[in-house]
Design a binder for this molecule. Structure first.
Ligand code: ADP
Ligand code: ADP
Length: 235
C-alpha cells in the first residue's frame, strides 16, 4: 500500500507582485509501506521545503499530498495538529529532546499528549526502547547521555505511537561517524524487521547508502530516482 502520495506539488514563497521564489516546481512521487526513501540534492534544492510540506508543517501552493489515504492538502490547522500527532513521527538534526524530562518521559510524550493512560504507555516505551537498544538509559536525562544515545531516544519517540511514516531531517548531522553509522543501522533494523516507512533528507552519502531508493531534488524538481542494489535498479 501507498503511505505517501505526492502529486505535482508546488511551493512558491512570497506574495504575488513581490519577489517570488519557486522552491518546488511540480514534484511527484510515492512512498510504499515499509519503504526507506532518501532525499538528496544540493543546498537550496528544496529538500527541506519538500519535507516540510509532506510533514504538514508547511502548505504547498499547488498539487496534492495524501498520507495514509488522507488528503492533507486542504486540512485545517487544528485537524493537521491531530493528524501529525497520530500519523507522523519526526526526527530532527538537533534531537529536540526536552531537557527536564527523562529519556523515558521524552519517548512517552507522543502517547501522553494523546491522553493514553500511563499503564498502557509503559509497555510501548519499553518495546520501542528495546528495539533501539536504549533500555539502560531510560531513567537518565538528555544532558547526561551521548549524541548517539540522544538520537536513538529521539528515534524511539518518533516511533512509539506507531506512525504511518517517520520523517527525518539530517538525523546524523550532529553525530560523529560511529554514532551516525549505528543510528542508520538502527533505522535499517526498524525498516527491515518492523516494516517502518521512512523519508530521510540527507546530504550524507553514508546515510543515503542505507536507503532503498533515493530521490534527487534539484532546483525544486525531482530530476533523478535511483534504487539500491538488490532492489529494482542499482546504484
Ligand atoms: P534545501 O533543504 O534543499 O537546502 P530548502 O528547501 O531549504 O532547500 O530551500 C529551497 C529554496 O527555497 C532556497 O532557495 C530557500 O532560500 C528558499 N526558501 C526556503 N524557505 C523559504 C521561505 N520561508 N521564504 C522564502 N524562500 C524560502
Ligand atoms: P537547511 O540548510 O537546514 O535546509 P535553511 O537555512 O535552508 O536550512 O532554512 C532554515 C529555515 O529558514 C527553514 O525553515 C526555511 O524554510 C527558512 N528559510 C530558508 N530560506 C529562507 C528565505 N530565503 N526566506 C525566509 N525563510 C527562509
Amino acid at each position: 500500500t501507498t503511505v505517501v502520495n505526492v502529486k505535482d506539488v508546488q511551493k512558491v514563497f512570497g506574495k504575488r507582485n513581490e519577489n517570488q521564489y519557486r522552491a518546488l516546481n511540480g514534484v511527484s512521487f510515492n512512498i510504499q509501506e515499509g519503504e526507506f526513501v532518501g532525499v538528496m540534492g544540493p543546498s537550496g534544492a528544496g529538500k527541506t521545503t519538500l519535507l516540510n510540506v509532506v510533514s504538514t508543517l508547511d502548505k504547498p501552493t499547488g498539487g496534492a499530498i495524501q498520507i495514509a489515504g488522507t488528503d492533507i492538502t486542504h486540512m485545517k490547522q487544528g485537524q493537521l495538529a491531530d493528524f501529525r500527532s497520530e500519523q507522523l513521527g519526526f526526527i530532527f538534526q538537533d534531537f529536540n529532546l526536552l531537557e527536564n524530562l527523562t529519556v523515558y518521559e521524552n519517548i512517552a510524550l507522543p502517547l501522553s499528549l494523546q491522553g493514553v493512560p500511563s499503564r498502557k504507555i509503559k509497555p510501548s516505551v519499553q518495546e520501542v526502547a528495546a528495539k533501539l537498544g536504549i533500555t539502560n538509559i531510560l531513567e537518565k536525562y538528555p544532558a547526561t547521555i551521548s549524541g548517539g544515545q540522544k538520537q536513538r531516544a529521539a528515534a524511539a519517540r518518533a516511533l512509539v505511537h506507531e506512525p504511518a511514516i517517520i520523517l527525518a531531517d539530517e538525523p546524523t548531522g550532529a553525530l560523529d561517524s560511529k554514532s551516525a553509522k549505528s543510528l542508520m543501522e538502527a533505522m535499517v533494523h526498524l525498516h527491515k524487521n518492523h516494516h517502518v516507512s521512512i523519508m530521510l533528507v540527507t546530504h550524507d552519502p553514508l546515510s543515503a547508502s542505507y536507503c532503498d531508493r533515493i530521490l534527487f531534488i534539484q532546483d525544486g524538481e525531482l530530476y533523478k530516482e535511483i534504487f539500491r542494489k538488490g532492489s529494482r535498479n542499482e546504484f
